[in-house]
Write a protein that binds this ligand. Structure first.
Ligand code: ADP
Ligand code: MG
Length: 292
């Protein structure tokens, strides 16, 4: 029979904004010794804003934003929202045909007859062309300052950069320090660039960073930690986090995140902040120590 304490613990969790899929989840919550944190939307708000545009010498800045914004208006990605928002504020956007979302890499589509790509540098290099030296330097500088930079290209050439920035959730640093105090080792995992990842990690007190990980590879990072003998909790919000959340010994989804993440997880943090993970771990330890 299920011990009453487990049910009481599950009920207590719900009151605290921690939705637990089943009483057995409390056991894996108690055992976790490593906590992998997705960056965008988990440690940070995921609400990005456009902070700069860097066109190539032959490109008009307003045109860069208008064309990229039109394409990004068709994407749900936090970067896309920031770009589309800024572009919409600047003026009406043209229609997009043949839109394709390239998960974890960017987007592609046709805008006013141009073949446009927006996303990672590697994507633009493959589908449009290499970044000219000036742009590569501007990108490195912005990334070292912690920004996220996406590249824009069309019709066989790179056309410019869009710089976006995200803000920390107010409770992230405190949550990381409490997770550490509970004996968990925090690891930041992101598809974003190393510079942005390291900047955010330093701000919340994480020293282990795994950056530039493609969505399908996040699950391998979890498996690798498990192979090292770790009991891994993973916190995420995105569609791209769902396989890793399902593979982790304990998956925690942000309640503010996607349905895919919530379905894949064992536990949902309703308030959408990392203090919920601290509450869940404390609760599991209290609940299970009363059973033993
Ligand atoms: P995270 O792991 O931080 O949630 P993602 O895996 O969703 O990030 O995306 C990884 C990278 O892919 C982004 O940092 C960006 O460079 C690129 N990317 C993905 N989708 C888009 C998009 N719609 N527009 C521009 N860039 C994108
Ligand atoms: Mg995310």
């Amino acid at each position: 029979a299920t011990p009453t304490a487990l049910l009481v613990g599950t009920g207590r969790g719900a009151q605290m904004g921690v939705l637990i899929k089943g009483p057995e989840v409390l056991e894996s919550t108690r055992q976790a010794d490593t906590i992998v944190l997705d960056k965008t939307g988990t440690v940070t708000t995921g609400t990005m804003t456009l902070t700069g545009t860097v066109p190539t010498p032959g490109t008009d800045a307003a045109e860069l934003l208008r064309v990229a914004g039109a394409l990004e208006a068709a994407s749900e990605h936090p970067i896309a929202r920031a770009v589309a928002q800024a572009a919409t504020e600047a003026g009406p956007l043209p229609a997009v045909e043949e839109f394709t979302n390239l998960e974890g890499r960017g987007v592609r589509g046709t805008v006013e007859g141009r073949q446009v790509v927006v996303g990672r540098e590697a994507l633009i290099a493959e589908e449009a062309g290499p970044l000219p030296t000036g742009l590569a330097t501007a990108k490195a500088t912005a990334e070292a300052e912690g920004a996220t930079v996406v590249c824009v290209g069309w019709d066989g050439s790179a056309r410019g950069l869009l710089v976006v920035a995200d803000a920390l959730k107010s409770s992230s640093a405190r949550a990381v320090s409490e997770l550490r105090a509970l004996g968990l080792r925090p690891v930041l995992l992101t598809g974003d660039n190393e510079g942005a990842a390291r900047t955010i990690a330093a701000e919340v007190g994480i020293d282990e960073v795994i950056a530039e990980v493609l969505p399908q590879d996040k699950v391998d990072v979890v498996r690798r930690l498990q192979d090292e003998g770790r009991t891994v909790a993973m916190v995420g919000d995105g569609v791209n986090d769902a396989p890793a959340l399902a593979t982790a010994d304990l998956g925690l989804a942000m309640g503010t995140g996607t349905d895919a993440a919530i379905e894949a997880a064992d536990l949902t943090l309703v308030r959408g902040d990392l203090m919920g993970a601290v509450d869940a771990i404390r609760l599991s330890r209290r609940t299970l120590s009363t059973i033993k």
